[in-house]
Structures are given as C-alpha cells and as structure tokens.
Design a protein around this ligand. Structure first.
Ligand code: ATP
Ligand code: BTN
Length: 322
C-alpha cells in the first residue's frame, strides 16, 4: 500500500478532471517534477487515461470518483476492506478464508491479476469499474455452489431494476448483459471444505465508466462489452452503488441458505438474455446448437434441439448466441 501512496495521492488530486501542473503536483507531495512524470507513467499503466498539455499540466480524460473506505464502511454492516491496488479481490479473500466470517468484503480500484472463469483474465483498469468480492461459508457444501452463483446474478439485476436501471439481462450461468454486450461477470471460487461446509468467495466485476477506445487495456477484451454509464446515460455514484451491491449480495446469500432455489426458475427466466433465441453450448471440443429454453429447478441450462429439450450443467459449459 505504502509503495502506491504517492500515485494514489496524485490520482486524488487529479480526480476533479481539471488541469494540474507538474510543479504544483510535485510541491504538494514534496517530490520533483521528474518524479511526478514517472509516477504518472505508472498510473497510466493501471489503465487510467491522463493527458499532458504543454504549459497547462496533467489532466484526466474524465473526472473520477474514487472509492471511499469510510463511506463504504458506514453504509454496510459487514467487515470491509478497500485495497486500492491488488492482484485479485477474490484471491485476497481466498488467502484468508480460514479466518473470515460470512459476509466479509474486499473491494479494489485496480486488479493486476483480475480473473474470470477458467483462469481467463478480467480486465480491471483503475477507478472506472467495481471489483468486489464477498466471503461466504456455505453449510450445504460445494454441491450447492452452482445454484448460488445463479441466484446472485438474479439478485444483482433485480437490485439494478430497483434503482430504475432497466434492460439488464442474464447469460447463463452468471454474466450480466445489456443489449447483448457483457456488463458484469460473477466468479464463484472455493478455498476448501471445513467439515461439510464450503468456503466460498463470490466475486463480481461490473463495468461502470470503462469507455471503448480509451484505456489501452480494453483492447484485450475478446467479446462485446458495455458499461453501466452507457445503460443509464449518466455517471453513477460508485460508493453508493457498491453499498447497494454489497447489501444485495449479503441478502441473496442469506436467502439462498434458507430457501435454495425455491421459486427461482421464473425469476431467472424473466431476465434470461437468450430465452427463445438460437444459441450454442460449448463443452470443450463439443458444440450443441438449439433454442434457449431458460433453466430448470436445479439451475441446469435448457436447450431445445431436434432431439428434444436437453439440460446441461457444470463449469465447463459456455453459452453463446448463434
Ligand atoms: P462463459 O465461458 O462463462 O460463458 P465468457 O466467455 O463470458 O463466459 P469467461 O470465461 O467468464 O468468459 O472469461 C472472461 C471473458 O470476459 C473473456 O472473454 C474476456 O475477454 C471478457 N472480459 C474481460 N474483462 C472484461 C471486462 N472488464 N468487461 C467485459 N468483459 C470482459
Ligand atoms: C467472468 O468471467 O465473467 C467473471 C468475472 C469476475 C471478475 C471479478 S472482479 C472481482 C473479483 N476478483 C477477481 O479476480 N475476479 C472477480
């Protein structure tokens, strides 16, 4: 954390979106202009767009609202850590799973090794999105984790709807989509079993302000994606949204422990991005083409093929529009 202190202070000075001269920035921090320039390069490597204009100084491409640990802590009842620069919020909680209580949260501004399903990379530029993980000890054990990840996705979309954000859908098993573009992803990981219980970490990455063609890093995203600001047409209070999502996750996980997937199929199917549309399921070398028919009571994805309606489960299945 200490090693990043100077860069984080520079960012909070620049966050207003105004020009700041290298000299003024350096003076405030007690460092030289050359040192400021070096730190700015480091900040750019975190995926932040900063311009330098001769005679004016440095400016962010757009103003940035930073996460505020005090605001976040005041807004939720669970233990919470904001670690601005991290490898992965999921990994951080997995590392300490034995000492955590259910509901413990870790948030970051930048992930150097954010990850998606099956070890793929989750692009995590500084300050423009949300990277949020929650620890949960699930007494029902690992077998129940699949259902849990579906339930979490539905709860998050319903929470967005409650904020007046319409049109966000789900792609099985747990991606959030808007107009056929990926808005957010959920990754549930397990750190081992304690007795019969499973130590789970539920991680969510939601794009808020990530703009196409700006941060260099977004070119590494291999499929259509979008950001919440494109859905709403305005910027979002990141701290308030994080608080809402943490409360939503906590409630969804508590409810799931009590009710499992009871009454869940209808909630899912209403939000299914592909319901009634042609899709393909990819399982390693195998592909199945058909029409998406939502999920069944166990959370398996249903696809109607010439052979009838088939069901598929498991972490190795990927769904694509066809
Ligand atoms: P699945 O295989 O689970 O159906 P998926 O193709 O969406 O889903 P994952 O295995 O979850 O993929 O891997 C992450 C995917 O998300 C990759 O395709 C990656 O390019 C993309 N991605 C990475 N970062 C972001 C981001 N910030 N926003 C949107 N998409 C991203
Ligand atoms: C997906 O592949 O769709 C899931 C993406 C999950 C990304 C989030 S960001 C917070 C948490 N930490 C990680 O390293 N991954 C998850």
């Amino acid at each position: 954390m200490k090693e990043h202190h100077t860069k984080l202070t520079l960012l909070s000075q620049l966050s207003d979106g105004q020009f700041h001269s290298g000299e003024a920035l350096g003076e405030q921090l007690g460092i030289s202009r050359a040192a400021v320039s070096k730190h700015i390069k480091g900040i750019q490597e975190w995926g932040v767009d900063i311009f330098r204009v001769q005679g004016k100084g440095y400016q962010l491409a757009k103003p940035m609202q930073l996460l505020d640990e005090a605001v976040l802590k005041a807004g939720v009842a669970t233990p919470l850590e904001l670690i601005p620069i991290i490898d992965s919020t999921n990994q951080h909680l997995l590392n300490q799973a034995d000492s955590l209580t259910s509901g413990a949260v870790c948030l970051a501004e930048y992930q150097a090794k954010g990850r998606g399903r099956r070890g793929r990379e989750w692009i995590s530029p500084f300050g423009s999105n949300l990277y949020l993980s929650m620890f949960w000890r699930l007494d029902a054990g690992m077998a129940a984790a699949m259902g849990l990840s579906l339930v979490v996705g539905v709860a998050i979309v319903e929470a967005l709807e409650a904020l007046g954000i319409e049109g966000v859908k789900l792609k099985w098993p747990n991606d959030l989509y808007y107009q056929d573009k990926k808005l957010a992803g959920i990754l549930v990981e397990m750190s081992g079993q304690a007795g019969g219980a499973a130590n789970l970490v539920i991680g969510m990455g939601m794009n808020l302000q990530m703009a196409a063609g700006s941060e260099r890093s977004t070119s590494a995203i291999t499929q259509p994606w979008t950001s919440l600001s494109e859905v709403t047409g305005e910027s979002i209070d990141r701290n308030q949204l994080a608080i809402t999502l943490i409360k939503t996750l906590h409630r969804a996980l508590s409810d799931y422990e009590l009710q499992g997937m009871n009454g869940f199929v209808e909630r899912w199917n209403r939000l299914d991005n592909f319901l009634g549309r042609p899709i393909k399921l990819i399982m390693g070398p195998r592909e199945v083409y058909g029409i998406a028919r939502g999920i069944n009571a166990q959370g398996a994805v249903l696809i109607e093929t010439e052979q009838g309606v088939e069901e598929y489960v498991g972490g190795e299945v990927s769904l694509r529009g066809a």
